[in-house]
Design a protein around this ligand. Sequence first.
Ligand code: IPM
Ligand code: MG
Length: 352
Amino acid sequence: MKIAVLPGDGIGPEVTREAVRVLEALDLPGLTLFSGDVGGVAYHAHGHPLPPETLEMARAADAVLFGAVGDPACDNLERHLRPEQAVLGLRKELDLFANLRPAKVWPGMESFSPLRAEGAGAIDCLFVRELTGDVYFGEKGQRETAAGDPEGWDLMSYSAPEVRRIAEIAFRAAAQGSGKLTSVDKANVLETSQLWRDTVNAVAGEHAQVTLDHMYVDNAAMQLAANPAEFSVILTGNLFGDILSDLASALVGSIGLMPSASLGERQTERGTFGLYEPIHGSAPDIVGQGKANPMAAILSAAMLLRHSLGREDEAKRVERAVEKALTSGVLGFDLGGSAGTAEIGDAVLARL
Ligand code: IPM
Ligand code: MG
């Protein structure tokens, strides 16, 4: 079992270090970790945010453990050289089209949500976000209007097969859980969304045990804040999923608690190849201060154990260790506490 560890920029290396400690503590036979440069760090060292050797390392692995990318010093580079292109490039090159983002409030953590306790306690949903299409990967550019004004443009599109394969994942996740699926679109305005909705309806025919409803994205944002208990599995396109999953992270109390898995179709010996990353970014404002909460990174490692290594028992052990650390009061700065990055790592390891 080979894991490519790509810590990236900002707090990426700080939180990834703790996730690696947790993986190593499990002492799994045959587990080998490799590490590579990605993001702004890679741009500075190799002239490109996703150097070919990093991509090759990721391809050769069973899973990728990813930190974060983003470096304000790179904000004025041409777009294809910016750190964010590394994660977009990995997703596209490795065909990681299915992004899973679980959002739940851990028992006892209700008071960290901006929602009232009864609403907060009910949050337990899974975003299934399409990750390799949409306006993210369409043609884009800047041009001049007829009147001579500068104009920016980005093409939004989805093909039926792209929608079908992500919808399949969402229906299967719903069937395994509550049996409820909400598909989010903007079919009242966008043709891309109309095709999305029609295709999801067609897939629904093969999953009679799942109750499907459709929701416009603006309404979904409102309902997530007002009635989060309504939601179980939420199927979205790339752009809407990006926005709504950040909203959900605020509802669960902190973006420092939200892991993610990005999966493709390639099978490993005991699971599916995937890339695992906390949904937070590189947080340049707190870099080097030892203040970042590594729980999202550690929970991402748990998802790696589950989906790519077929190690459900170990995944649960890690998740329980995080939960115990939280409920025994080990709180990071993001949750109003004072536990630093390494201290949180120690606390999770002690409970593992
Ligand atoms: C995310 C991030 C990325 C995205 C950025 C860093 C390109 O916000 O994973 O949610 O927009 O997908
Ligand atoms: Mg995002």
